[in-house]
Design a protein around this ligand. Structure first.
Ligand SMILES: NC(=O)c1ccc[n+]([C@@H]2O[C@H](COP(=O)([O-])OP(=O)(O)OC[C@H]3O[C@@H](n4cnc5c(N)ncnc54)[C@H](O)[C@@H]3O)[C@@H](O)[C@H]2O)c1
Length: 276
């Protein structure tokens, strides 16, 4: 049986952990060659090792998506290692919450940059490569559809108290998605968005005590207080948080040939939640 993504070259930001890791594994399980990125070197290398151990081709491109040289390095890693670029998943990021009267300019700018500025710069850097590949495909009579999947959140679609920065960025990426769907249609690229609800990763782990993670040089509070977590779960029609593998399934839908005529869309992957 042929694999759905045989030979495709996929770039996944923030794929050392959580949803991004599950996306990298899922795409590779269907034959994609993967450029794994993460801020943290060890988890990125572990995912590359895991993919290679499973017989897939993978390389790491370690570093922050917000670094000025990152977009060129990331796109270059794909073309140098695999000679192509078929799928881009803009997933990396984290939250740095606060009510508006306590949110600093740094908090605002940092979260806007990681969730919106970085995907913009990555896609801008990918454009000339995609254009050249699309031209070569056309000249040789090949029909190839490339895919961009941007990651949003219910916070971006519905708003969420304490997350003005994150909600603005995650709403913004939906605008970028709809715009690029229009700009890149002529390059045979579909551009879609997946907005997650509650997915069980370290970002939203249910916790009795305050916990933090060292992210991009800062200690960022992560996790959701256990009572709030239970209340969130109760509001989800399916009655539970999603797994990273289920989240990856929604991203995968936009990467396979069956979705070649779907573009500019935002898919809610929320266990049935249609508002918060
Ligand atoms: N977990 C949820 O419930 C949920 C809900 C809605 C949206 N999301 C979004 O899904 C995406 C993945 O989140 P997750 O839940 O898997 O979190 P996670 O913390 O488990 O994984 C995110 C990964 O991204 C990496 N990362 C963070 N900042 C980075 C940067 N600047 N450059 C490179 N890598 C970076 C982290 O090191 C980490 O390995 C994020 O965009 C997040 O906003 C998650």
């Amino acid at each position: 049986m042929s694999l759905k993504l045989e030979g495709k070259v996929a770039l996944v930001t923030g794929s050392g952990r959580g949803i991004g890791r599950a996306v990298a594994l899922k795409l590779a399980s269907e034959g994609a060659r993967v450029v794994v990125n993460d801020l943290d070197e060890a988890p990125a290398r572990e995912v590359v090792d895991e993919l290679r151990a499973g017989g897939s081709e993978a390389v790491a491109c370690v570093g922050s998506v917000t670094a000025p040289d990152f977009p060129e390095r990331f796109v270059g890693a794909a073309t140098q290692a695999f000679g192509g670029l078929d799928i881009v998943v803009n997933n990396a990021g984290y939250v740095w919450d606060g009510v508006i009267q306590k949110m600093t300019d740094e908090q605002w700018a940092t979260i806007l940059d990681v969730h919106l500025g970085a995907p913009f710069r990555i896609l801008r850097a990918a454009q000339p490569v995609i254009r050249a590949l699309a031209r070569a495909d056309a000249e040789q009579g090949r029909r190839v559809v490339r895919k961009v999947v941007n990651i949003s959140s219910v916070a971006g679609v519905f708003g969420n108290a304490g997350q003005a920065n994150y909600a603005a960025a995650k709403a913004g990426i939906i605008g970028v998605t709809r715009t690029l769907a229009k700009e890149w249609g002529r390059l045979a690229v579909t551009v879609n968005c997946v907005a997650f609800g509650l997915i069980s990763t370290r970002l939203v782990v249910s916790t009795a005590e305050k916990v933090s993670a060292h992210i991009d040089g800062r200690d960022i509070p992560v996790g959701v207080n256990a009572e709030l977590f239970d209340a969130m779960k109760r509001s989800i029609p399916l009655g539970r948080a999603g797994t990273p593998e289920e989240a990856a399934g929604a991203v995968y839908l936009f990467c396979i040939p069956e979705s070649d005529y779907v573009s500019g869309q935002t898919l809610l992957c929320t266990g049935g939640l249609t508002g918060i």
